[in-house]
Design a binder for this molecule. Sequence first.
Ligand SMILES: [Zn+2]
Length: 148
Amino acid sequence: MSDYIVKIIPKDPFYKVSDVTLRLAKSFLQMRVRCDFIEVGVSETPVFVDCGENLDKISCPECGAKLDPEWWGEAMDQAAECGFTSLKTEMPCCKRLMSLNDLDYDFLCGFASALISIFNPVEYIDDKMLEAIENILGIPVRRIEAHI
Ligand SMILES: [Zn+2]
């Protein structure tokens, strides 16, 4: 059995959500969403929030070139060395300086200092639900759909 996890993160990787606000969002979702369970968490510095087996390819957002997974792994290692406090990296294709957060991940991935994970929701977590979460958190969010 594989798990389907919908992860909701702030669009800004460095944005800190307070525990109180996160708990509010969690109780709201627990009332509205049928699922196995919901987890929330925060971290000091951004962590990579992935889409699991759904990750098919990563492309350059500037010129559209497909990025070599090996190059990406090295860029991630470099960023990890400074605890992901800086996500800027030079693209191998067009030499533009881009944030690892803004690469074209297919499916979508991202970096975040706060994370809401909804395990095996029965209904799709739609844009309306995301808007409700954005209202609670007071910031724009990103939806990441993972299969593990
Ligand atoms: Zn490029």
